[in-house]
Design a protein around this ligand. Sequence first.
Ligand SMILES: Cc1cc2nc3c(=O)[nH]c(=O)nc-3n(C[C@H](O)[C@H](O)[C@H](O)COP(=O)(O)O)c2cc1C
Ligand code: SF4
Ligand code: SF4
Length: 282
Amino acid sequence: MFTDIYYFSGTGNSFVVARDIARQLDGELLPMAQMMKDPEIVSLADVIGIVFPVHNVVNGGVPAIVRRFLTRLETLADKYVFAVCTCGGGSGDALINIDNLVKDKGGKLSAGFTIKMPFNCPPFTKEDEQANRFNNWNRKLSEICMAVNAHQQIKIPTVNPILQTLFYPLSLMMHASIQNNYRKLSQAPKAEFDEAVRFVDQSFYVDDNCNGCGICAKVCPVVNIEIIENKPVWLHHCESCLACFSWCPQHAIFGGILSGKTQRYHHPWVTLDDMLTGNEDK
Ligand SMILES: Cc1cc2nc3c(=O)[nH]c(=O)nc-3n(C[C@H](O)[C@H](O)[C@H](O)COP(=O)(O)O)c2cc1C
Ligand code: SF4
Ligand code: SF4
């Protein structure tokens, strides 16, 4: 039995989850960003795991690169497919949306899990709460691996329909506000949401602490940064994953959804080298 664990991660939370699961299941750890260089992604594994961070839950929660990745997978028929999303607050319908993408590939999401990890953006998670979340993950890991080993079928969690109805007007307002924020940052007032995210890097800039080391360009999972005259230049196919912000050793990058914030986060058990192995070929 072969297991492939595909992951996307900007600041290491989903990387830790994917790496721990791959170790316990003796599976192969495969970075989605690197697989994207092939027009079609073929997996010979019987068990497929999809691990990703929730981005903008009111907009579906699944980062664009994860959606693109799933559309490029050849077929998921006859495979046991499970997904794990990491988030700071909640995953809403992200796993249901993954299930729909898996169905498009002839498969079915047999199990889906939401793991609370520290928020890597405002509202950042306080340090004592971060420690709780890391401990919870250690407990949850064996539960997930047991379920996967047993090929358990677990109902995909979704938002409670009563709460959904009650909070519908609020979620519409939040949706509009997030869209507007991205449109403002991307300087594309009429852009569709995914397009506004791609261009959100229009709002990124560096301060005088940038020394041109190039780490931001290397750590960007989708090769969206070039170093020109010792400064990063963003190329407008951003995933808004915050890797460049978080891994810059000088904390010299500002803007985007972190506008006005100086705090930066990355998972403490992950090194820069871990993140570099997951990126698209330069
Ligand atoms: C652009 C963006 C949007 C996010 N939106 C949400 C959200 O809607 N709900 C939530 O709970 N967490 C949200 N988060 C927090 C991340 O889901 C969370 O910190 C995740 O574990 C980060 O994973 P990573 O370190 O693998 O990138 C968001 C993070 C980013 C960068
Ligand atoms: S990682 Fe930071 S210091 Fe290095 S080039 Fe990028 S912005 Fe400048
Ligand atoms: S430019 Fe920065 S935020 Fe955008 S995809 Fe690359 S690392 Fe992520």
